[in-house]
Design a protein around this ligand. Structure first.
Ligand SMILES: Nc1nc2c(ncn2[C@@H]2O[C@H](COP(=O)(O)OP(=O)(O)OP(=O)(O)O)[C@@H](O)[C@H]2O)c(=O)[nH]1
Length: 432
């Protein structure tokens, strides 16, 4: 078992949960990430929970997965002793754990256990600030619970700010039946739809004043909020804390030598993002779907930068981000690289129109970034809603000839259309 260094967080105040993190390294599992790096990420994730101290962390090589217990007998015994000695309350397993395995391991070790999805859900539920965020996390938690009927999800009962899964109320209110969950899901979905509709209205209002939207996306901790603040002068929480920005934040910004835009900061991505969460966060990420330009912010100093980027690309694709949205890769944290590597990155960015090398901290490359975005906006394709009267058949025909119509419905007075077009096409249309 290989160990990684971990920090002990001596938080004062409420009772601290003593946790141990395990990363199962399953043979032939096609895992893209290197095990120690994956473990370090899991430890960082654990630190994202409040009042938690990580006492130990291990990569656990597994030749095969034990259906009932996940790990083999010998390992279970070794951990039992280590957990007893460390007075461990909570074990975080960085991977999927079946409900049966969870129950057996909890019994064997006398601890609470969370798998990766459970952990991410806990963090999200702690971070969710807006109504939409809270609803999304609740839906994700319920969908997760639905697949694990042997043990109910307990966080919904807990007070915000503490860890509800360690003792406390909710613990015994297990076994909500599937129907109750489904009813609850339907209710939440309805509420969420309402919130989303309001947001869509806001978006439509913004589209009318024609501010292009530039969305920052990226792996958690890549530096999106730092960049956002630096560009807009805003004060979004920046912390060495995963998922600091759960709800999208938007701010207008006048680009140097360019138009006024809306810059939107979004939730950080992470590999193996649970499918329940991808689905639940669709609404939040609709800002990304509606963006004119996407800036994919990358921590280029991170050892697994390429793997992280690949995860982000896959998540964007799974969200159905239109292929015609112009996307830049913004290679951040240049200041952390040794001189020779920084030079190589600058040279690479100079050769590739889609890559920008920056440091959100030192400010290097930010003028160039604004310039490139301003330029790209001129050719960017964006969505707009139009209404045409029956008498405007010529305009309608022009739109179809340009092949920009995404959706059309007939109304009492004419047609309501959704189009995707460039600024140039928009201007031509206005002149018709
Ligand atoms: N040295 C250096 N550190 C940076 C740079 N940009 C961001 N950071 C640091 O990286 C950490 C994460 O930054 P955030 O801006 O919170 O990252 P994020 O992508 O918004 O993170 P999530 O909210 O998890 O998605 C913070 O400690 C920042 O100070 C940079 O250019 N150079």
């Amino acid at each position: 078992m290989s160990k990684v260094a971990f920090q002990v967080d001596n938080t004062d105040g409420p009772r601290v949960t003593r946790a141990w993190v395990l990363h199962p390294d399953i043979k032939n599992n096609n895992e893209r990430r290197e095990p120690t790096s994956a473990l370090a990420e899991a430890v960082a994730l654990a630190h994202a929970l409040p009042h938690l101290e990580v006492i130990g962390a291990d990569v656990v090589p597994l030749r095969t997965v034990n259906a009932g217990m996940l790990f083999g007998k010998g390992k279970i015994k070794d951990f039992h002793d280590a957990f007893e000695e460390g007075e461990i309350d909570l074990v975080l397993v960085d991977g999927p754990v079946s409900p049966v395995q969870q129950r057996n391991l909890e019994k064997e070790w006398g601890v609470k256990l969370l798998d990766r999805t459970g952990l991410i859900l806990e963090i999200f539920s702690d971070r969710a600030a807006t109504r939409e965020g809270v609803l999304q996390v609740e839906m994700a938690a319920l969908s997760y619970q639905r697949t694990r009927l042997v043990r109910a999800w307990t966080h919904l009962e807990r007070q915000r700010g503490g860890l509800g899964f360690v003792g406390g109320p909710g613990e015994t209110q297990i076994e909500a039946d599937r129907r109750a969950i489904d009813d609850q899901l339907v209710r939440l979905r309805r509420q969420l739809d309402k919130v989303v509709k309001t947001r869509a209205l806001h978006r439509a209002a913004r589209a009318k004043v024609s501010y292009p939207i530039v969305a920052l996306v990226g792996y958690t901790n890549a530096g999106k909020s730092t960049l956002f603040n630096r560009l807009t002068g805003a004060d979004v929480m920046v912390k060495d804390m995963l998922f600091a920005t759960l709800d999208p934040t938007m701010r207008s910004l006048e680009l140097k030598d360019g138009p006024e835009i809306i810059l939107s900061d979004t939730v950080g991505f992470i590999s193996d993002l649970p499918t329940e969460l991808v689905a639940a966060f669709r609404a939040t990420l609709e800002e990304v779907l509606a963006a004119d330009i996407i800036c994919h912010v990358r921590d280029i100093s991170h050892a697994q930068s390429e793997e992280q980027a690949q995860d982000v690309r896959e998540i964007l694709a799974s969200l159905g981000v239109p292929k015609d949205i112009r996307t830049f890769e913004v290679w951040n944290k240049l200041d952390l690289l040794p001189d020779d590597r920084a030079e190589a990155v600058r040279a690479r960015a100079a050769r590739d129109d889609n890559v920008l090398a920056i440091s959100a901290i030192s400010g290097e490359g930010l003028d160039a970034l604004q310039h490139v975005v301003a330029e790209a906006l001129q050719g960017a394709v964006r969505e707009a809603d139009l209404t045409l009267a029956f008498s405007e058949g010529k305009k309608r025909a022009w739109l179809f000839a340009q092949d920009v119509v995404q959706k059309e419905t007939q109304t009492e007075d004419g047609f309501a259309l959704t189009v995707r077009w460039s600024a140039e096409q928009e201007a031509q249309f206005q002149r018709l």
